[in-house]
Design a protein around this ligand. Structure first.
Ligand code: ACO
Length: 374
């Protein structure tokens, strides 16, 4: 028996939810190209489609949307718990804890259709509220309540800043959420499935996924990209920075991917969105630096199949929206919640408790010595 470190390349389930062609740079959700979805869909419609396997009718989408809008608030006891956390708590720590805490208030282990719908819409609704509330509360500001009049993306930015964003900015943010909503089997999706396979409720499963996403090897690279671009400071300095880093055999953050050996299709779309947002905000410097880094990096790395990945441009977009760097991964979690829920629901249809094995390499038959003889 041989172990496969990190289970790399080992399939753990059949799935109809998403697919990647890493050589051609194609990502599909349920058979729809993500570019088509980013151009035509909304985050909530895409979320419905990922979870329930088909595009919703007008009636289905409106029911889904209304259920989410009505749940975009938190029990005062949860808000009180958050008030008691140290201001320095990382937003991912707060998000993971408060998501788990939802299971103290709501039953999540019933599996009839209505309970499942309630749990799904509750998680999609409340995760952004937790994130936005914490962004304000840690600065000593009161939370801003969601508005029934706003879209999902508008509401998040409104709860975060207290200002209703212009519709084009909200639309760009909504597309970012679509592009991050799902990405086949990965650490956080697997974490969801492992926990859910024990029949633990979805609040605990999604909380585990958030814990998994918080690690630097999974959700954190977009923060590093912003640090790198700020360090470069001017587009003219990009070449020198890239050359010196690659000459020293250091990695460029936001480049390369285990599966994509060409452009990550999400990066291509995000670049267009960043360009537009930079025009709207009248601030193109970050975009100009990023493009220069990309140009010089590709000259050196393309022949090895290393191109910008999803993290390269997403961090720039959130930075331009004025969002603190430590909130980039929580936004990733907001976006990825439908993907996690889709896998939770799909796997539950033919659930098998995850129980891998190990190869024991320790000792046997040791003699127990009393403590005073050791
Ligand atoms: N910059 C420079 N060189 C790189 C980069 C990079 N970003 N990525 C890979 N390479 C080089 C490696 O140095 C290595 O070179 P070597 O063969 O001379 O030793 C070679 O390419 C292969 O590297 P691996 O790590 O084996 O390739 P893998 O496909 O496993 O890497 C990974 C994928 C981990 C994402 C890598 O590209 C990386 O570290 N990128 C930077 C961090 C980053 O952006 N992470 C976000 C990924 S997207 C996401 O998770 C949402």
């Amino acid at each position: 028996m041989e172990i496969v470190p990190g289970l790399a390349g080992i399939p753990v389930a059949h799935s109809e939810i998403s697919d990647i062609d890493g050589d051609k740079g194609i990502l599909e959700y349920r058979g729809y190209n993500i570019n088509t979805l980013a151009d035509n869909s909304t985050f909530l419609e895409t979320a419905y489609m990922l979870i329930y396997g088909k595009l919703p009718t007008m009636f289905e989408l409106s029911k889904f949307d209304n259920a989410i809008v009505k749940r975009q608030k938190l029990k005062f006891r949860i808000v009180d718990c958050m008030k008691n956390l140290p201001e320095s708590s990382h937003p991912m720590c707060v998000l993971q804890s408060m998501t788990a805490l939802l299971s103290a208030f709501y039953q999540g282990d019933k599996i009839d259709e209505q309970s499942e719908f309630d749990t799904i819409t509750r998680l999609i609704a409340k995760i952004p509220v937790i994130v936005a509330n914490w962004a304000r509360m840690r600065k000593g500001d009161d939370p801003v309540a969601a508005s029934d009049e706003l879209t999902f993306a508008e509401n998040f930015l409104y709860m975060l800043t207290g200002k209703v964003p212009d519709s084009e900015t909200a639309d760009i943010f909504d597309k970012c959420l679509i592009l991050h909503a799902e990405h086949t089997m990965n650490a956080s999706t697997f974490a969801t499935m492992v926990v859910a396979s024990t029949l633990a409720d979805p609040y605990k499963a999604i909380s585990s996924a958030i814990g998994s996403l918080s690690g630097a090897l999974h959700g954190g690279a977009n923060e590093e990209v912003i640090k790198m671009l700020l360090e470069i400071g001017e587009p003219e300095r990009a070449k020198e920075y890239v050359t010196s880093r690659l000459d020293k055999k250091e990695r460029l953050m936001g480049f390369g991917h285990r599966v994509y050996k060409t452009y990550d299709p999400r990066a291509l779309k995000l670049e267009i969105l960043l360009k537009r947002l930079a025009e709207i905000k009248g601030s193109t410097k970050m975009y100009d630096i990023a493009k220069e880094v990309e140009r010089h990096a590709i000259e050196r790395l393309a022949e090895r199949g290393i191109y910008p990945n999803v993290d390269f441009y997403s961090g720039c977009i959130y930075n331009l929206l004025g969002i603190s760097t430590d909130f980039f991964t929580p936004i990733f979690a907001i976006a990825r919640t439908p993907g996690w829920l889709a896998h939770w629901r799909e796997y539950r249809g033919d659930n098998k408790l995850f129980r891998p094995t190990q190869i024991y390499i320790g000792k046997h038959n040791l003699e127990y010595k009393p403590i005073n003889e050791r």
